[in-house]
Write a protein that binds this ligand. Structure first.
Ligand code: HAM
Length: 478
């Protein structure tokens, strides 16, 4: 047989062989049990957004690549190293969104929202993509909850956003620390960057920097401050602090933000080295980091906890899966959320000058923390009534009863595909049912139904017509 044909036959055979498909690295499936946590957290985001007057907005997952280059910043790690970008079939350069803010600014401009009453307050929830090294709590697809406020330059906006972020975590019983800094405006940064570069040029500090920081020194010296490398952090210790270089109006703004936070009793820690890894920020920047149990907010501190944000130990993909939930010890300061002011971005992206600020919170990390603490979820499955049947006739009758009870608002469950009573009771147990209503041949003939208390195992026969009174009586007594 000619070689070409042999190859074709081999290929065909190979394609018929069963294959195992697994999910991509750094991406996760959210299975049934975990969705309970997602429901809880999503509910909290929606409630807070509603209470504080933020309206929900959604944007496409795919956007133009140059939009991120211009906003997040071409030199940032997110854009230069982590973006999922490609040329689509029409030849457009596009990217899966690595963060929500640029798309929201685009939407604000594109839909003429400067004509709406200001501030425009947006609530956003959705997946983001960053091709980073997967670690425990770091995924390539992850979900963010964002709140953004456009058209308000007063410090009250910054403080309110920080307050909401803080409330979000404390109401979910997660111990956090809010770290805060001001990186000033373009004007005050000029003098600071000059001083900072002079500092790094002194006594061979520059040559000791990591390779990334050597590049940062030339392209974006401010980012030398948030490097995670040990040596770079050591050098940074004596670096000049930007708060000492703030112009009068930036200093006043920052002081006001802190005063509001004090009034609102939101604990925070000043972190003079917090600059955040995105290009668009000015003035207030903040990050919410997870604290270990023993470091609760009882001791309000203005000191920075001595460790870098996200100083996790790198783990393999398998470990990432195994580590969830629980074994994430040693990672005291995992960043759960971050944000700040970005007054120049709307104009820089083609809109009218519009002050803005916001934050983003990583939902997977929040859920990881809730699981770690073993916080019992509020039972959504209270007062479950399980409807069981034996035989065809009973099945038909209980089918109708199920629909009737469901419409009347009872928490009914069933397993009509199972015929054996034992299997149905097992299912009722699994669902944590309070009572099981059992209809068999005998009950059908007598026009009765059996009510079984699933906890005690006691059973009572009641008149089928009185089923609602009997059930209500029992539920009321509990
Ligand atoms: P960010 O700090 O890049 O800020 O991300 C916000 C949060 O998203 C992080 O604190 C973290 O919880 C979560 N996150 C980021 N990357 C990952 C990842 N690979 N896996 C899991 N979670 C992750 C922003 O994205 C800004 N857009 C926030 C903002 C909104 N600033 C103003 N408005």
């Amino acid at each position: 047989m000619p070689k070409k044909i042999i190859n074709k036959v081999v290929e065909k055979k190979a394609s018929r062989k069963p294959r195992n498909f697994t999910r991509l690295r750094g991406m996760k499936d959210i299975l049934f049990e975990e969705h309970k946590y997602w429901d809880l957290v999503e509910r909290k985001t929606r409630d807070l957004a509603r209470i504080y007057g933020f309206n929900r907005i959604s944007t496409p997952i795919l956007e133009k690549l140059d939009m991120y280059e211009r906003s997040t910043g071409k030199e940032t790690d997110i854009v230069s190293k982590e973006m999922y970008s490609f040329v689509d079939k029409s030849g457009d350069k596009v990217a899966l969104r690595p963060e929500a803010t640029p798309g929201l600014v685009r939407a604000y401009i594109e839909h003429g929202m400067f004509n709406h009453p200001q501030p425009v307050k947006m609530f956003w929830f959705g997946p983001c993509f960053r091709h980073d090294k997967p670690q425990s709590g770091r995924y390539r697809q992850f979900t963010q909850f964002d709140l953004e406020m456009y058209g308000e330059e007063g410090p009250v906006a910054d403080s309110q956003l920080i307050l909401i972020a803080y409330n979000f975590f404390s109401e979910l019983q997660i111990n956090v620390q809010v770290q805060i800094n001001s990186i000033g405006c373009r004007d005050c940064r000029v003098a600071y960057i000059k001083k900072l570069t002079e500092f790094y040029k002194e006594r061979g500090k520059r040559s000791r920097l990591c390779n990334d920081c050597k590049k940062r020194f030339l392209k974006n010296p401010l980012r030398l401050l948030d490097c995670k490398e040990e040596t770079c952090r050591e050098i940074r210790e004596d670096a000049p602090q930007i708060v000492d270089f703030l112009c009068d109006s930036c200093r006043e703004h920052f002081i006001k933000v802190l005063e509001y936070l004090d009034d609102l009793e939101v604990p925070y820690a000043l972190n003079p080295f917090l600059v955040r890894g995105l290009d668009y920020y000015n003035r207030t920047v903040f990050e919410v980091v997870a604290l270990d149990e023993e470091k609760s907010f009882e001791n309000k501190t203005e000191e920075v906890v001595e460790a870098s944000v996200e100083s996790e130990v790198e783990v393999s993909e398998e470990e990432v899966e195994e580590n969830e939930p629980g074994n994430v010890s040693g990672r005291k300061l995992l960043s759960l959320g971050g944000g700040g002011r970005y007054d120049g971005l709307v104009e820089y992206m083609g809109g009218r000058p519009t002050p803005a600020c916001g934050f983003g919170i990583g939902i997977e990390r929040v859920i990881m923390k809730i699981k770690e603490k073993n916080i019992p979820l509020k039972a959504e499955d209270e007062n479950i009534l399980f409807l069981a049947q034996l035989g065809d006739q009973a099945k038909r009758k209980i089918f109708a009863l199920f629909e009737e009870m469901r419409r009347s608002g009872y928490h009914v469950r069933q397993a009509f595909t199972k015929n054996s009573l034992k299997a149905q009771l097992e299912e009722a147990n699994r669902l944590n049912a309070k009572y099981c209503l059992i209809l068999g041949q005998k009950e059908l003939m007598d026009e009765t139904i059996l009510i079984r208390d699933m906890e005690s195992g006691t059973q009572e026969v009641v008149d089928f017509k009185k089923i609602y009174t009997e059930i209500d009586k029992r539920l009321k007594n509990n």
